[in-house]
Design a binder for this molecule. Structure first.
Ligand SMILES: [Fe+2]
Length: 139
């Protein structure tokens, strides 16, 4: 099973505060049958100032820590991107990572307003996918 949305990287957003907690999350994921997890930290400028370079570095470090701990969980990256004015520039420049380098990006709609309508066309480079935890936040 593949988990496409998880805040598992230690200490870079509101996920696990430390490595021990992150490793325990990984053990639980494996016990649940997950073999690949997309680590998708928040990108919310001013609150969670994560960008692709930082997420890639954190994932590379965590991948080694998983190996050292003997936890058979593969990880890749994406991000849980807020709808912000910087969205298209962030995707275009590569500062905001897509899912596993694909043209799909994960976005988190606003918590207190109706999300914007996305129009996609064959000329648009990216495909949005909403954060699966958002319906619980948005009611
Ligand atoms: Fe999320």
């Amino acid at each position: 099973m593949i988990d496409l949305h998880c805040h598992m990287l230690p200490g870079i957003d509101d996920g696990p505060p430390d490595l021990a907690t992150a490793l325990e999350m990984a053990r639980i994921a494996v016990a649940d049958g997950i073999s690949l997890t997309a680590c998708t930290p928040h990108i919310y400028p001013g609150l969670y100032n994560n960008e692709a370079d930082r997420i890639l570095a954190a994932a590379a470090a965590f991948r080694l820590q998983l190996q050292e701990a003997g936890i058979p969980l593969a990880i890749t990256i994406g991000a849980d991107i807020q709808i912000v004015p910087e969205l298209l520039d962030g995707l275009t420049s590569g500062r905001f990572p897509t899912m596993h380098g694909s043209r799909y990006f994960l976005f988190e709609p606003p918590h207190h307003t109706v999300p914007p309508a996305f129009r996609t066309s064959s000329s648009m480079s990216w495909r949005p996918a909403t954060c699966p935890s958002s319906p619980t936040r948005n009611g």
